[in-house]
Design a binder for this molecule. Structure first.
Ligand code: PMP
Length: 442
């Protein structure tokens, strides 16, 4: 990075959320990256325990992805994807469909996870209309869900802080409980055994609060990631699927985090053996090298728009200037090729038991009150400090970064780890030993 006053001037960039407040007093500048590592402006090598923000699944600056973007930038920088097309858009959709669960073979591209969620919710509402079932307007999400920052996403999401500044957001939205139950499941390795019956709440609510024929869609993250790695109990997602089927309600999986190998399979849907009607994804889609999101849609949902009866036919009035942007599409084609040709999903599955073992070795350390893991993701929940819920975890994050050269992520009192799928045994040890040392001495 050029060591110029401009490069260090932090007075103009409004960082996402309110990060400026703590960054100003303790700046952490990442200037380059390669494979499992970030490099800082003071020349340190930082082990990336979070794949950026759960997104750089193939490791940083993968040469095939970098080269695909470079080539595309010199060939076709931009082309609209409506009223005309460009080959990369179609090729990227085919590549994505080729690794999607069976039946989800139509792809709507957008630019990130938030847009993917809002796109999927709009497809759900419009789908019922084109079939002459326009009464279905309700959407159901869950408490503690994170579905991005669009108005649709914050409405079905279950984070009060995401909603309280922006009015009431979408009406006709309800939320199920989240399935975290530490009293019964603390320190479970892999999926919690207890709690599948929590899914029955959907049935109860449909019958007691809402006429089920007014509900358009239910949206859940297979694993609630950003709010602290909350895993679905064994059988829970299957139950949601059955209940949605019983009432003709669409089931959407938000796989922005669980997509592209995080659980050792292409999608969480594959891992859980539950196929939703739509999947939202982003992040790993391009290995995060260029922003892109997508909604995978069941073929017949797509066809309902194309073949609608004349009295119901509507244009699906939705799309973006950058839908299937050529650079993003080129990055997605290359990333999916890397994932499949290098066997990275299988590699993640192979490393998962080692990762689990290392994660659970932190049990018994000061303040650790739960450890949750699946595939290459884990959450370590700490006891909170009354009145100061985020202080301790954030302190641990800073110590890991400055003293151990490892990057972890914190959300409230929870530490989340989600390394690139290429992590090896020595790096898993470095990550958890570093974190363990910090926890021991906090
Ligand atoms: N859905 C889920 C499940 C997510 O985890 C995220 C981001 N962490 C989003 C949506 C929003 O994605 P983006 O930040 O790309 O808009």
């Amino acid at each position: 990075m050029p060591d110029t006053p401009q490069a260090r001037d932090t007075s103009h960039f409004w960082m996402p959320f309110t990060a400026n407040r703590q960054f100003k007093s303790n700046p952490r500048m990442l200037v380059s990256a390669s494979g499992m590592y970030y490099y800082t402006d003071d020349g340190r090598q930082i082990l990336d325990g979070t794949a950026g923000l759960w997104c750089v699944n193939a490791g940083h600056c993968h040469p095939k992805i970098t080269e695909a973007i470079r080539r595309q930038a010199g060939e076709l920088d931009y082309a609209p994807a409506f009223q005309m097309g460009h080959p990369q858009a179609f090729e990227a959709a085919s590549a994505l469909a080729s690794i999607a669960p069976a039946g989800l073979n139509r792809v709507f591209f957008c630019n990130d996870g938030s847009e993917a969620v809002d796109t999927a919710l709009k497809i759900a509402l419009a789908y019922h209309r084109v079939r002459g079932d326009g009464l279905r307007h309700r959407l159901i999400g869950r408490e503690r869900a994170y579905h991005g920052v669009g108005f649709g996403g914050i409405s079905v999401g279950g984070i009060a802080g995401n909603r309280k500044h922006f009015g009431s957001a979408l009406a006709a939205v309800d939320h199920l409980r989240h399935p975290l139950d530490m009293a019964r499941n603390a320190f479970t390795r892999g999926l919690p055994q207890q709690g599948a019956e929590l899914a029955d709440e959907l049935d109860t609510r449909l019958l007691s609060l809402h006429d089920p024929s007014t509900v358009a869609a239910v949206i859940v993250e297979p694993i609630q990631g950003s709010t602290g790695v909350i895993l679905p109990p064994v059988g829970y997602l299957q139950k949601l699927r059955t209940i949605c089927d019983n009432y003709g309600i669409l089931l959407i999986f938000d796989e922005v985090i669980t997509g592209f190998g995080r659980l050792g399979t292409a999608f969480g849907a594959d891992y859980f053996g539950v196929v939703p009607d739509m999947i939202t994804c982003a992040k790993g889609l391009t290995n995060a090298a260029v922003p892109m999101g997508a909604v995978l849609v069941r073929q017949d949902i797509h066809d309902a728009f194309m073949d609608a009866a004349p009295e119901n036919a509507i244009e699906f009035f939705h799309g973006y200037t950058y839908t299937a942007h050529p650079l993003a599409a080129a990055a997605a084609i290359a990333a999916i090729d890397v994932y499949t040709s290098e066997g990275l999903f299988t590699q993640a599955a192979t490393m998962a038991p080692l990762f689990e073992e290392a994660a659970h070795s932190l049990k018994g350390l000061p303040y650790v009150k739960d450890i949750r893991n699946l595939g290459l993701v884990c959450g370590i929940e700490l006891e909170s400090i009354p009145g100061k819920p985020t202080t301790r975890a954030f302190d641990i994050f800073l110590k890991c970064f400055w003293e151990k050269n490892i990057l972890i992520r914190t959300t409230g009192d929870i530490i989340a780890l989600s390394p690139p799928l290429i992590i090896n045994r020595a790096q898993i040890e470095q990550l958890f030993e570093g974190l363990g040392d910090v926890l021991r001495n906090i």
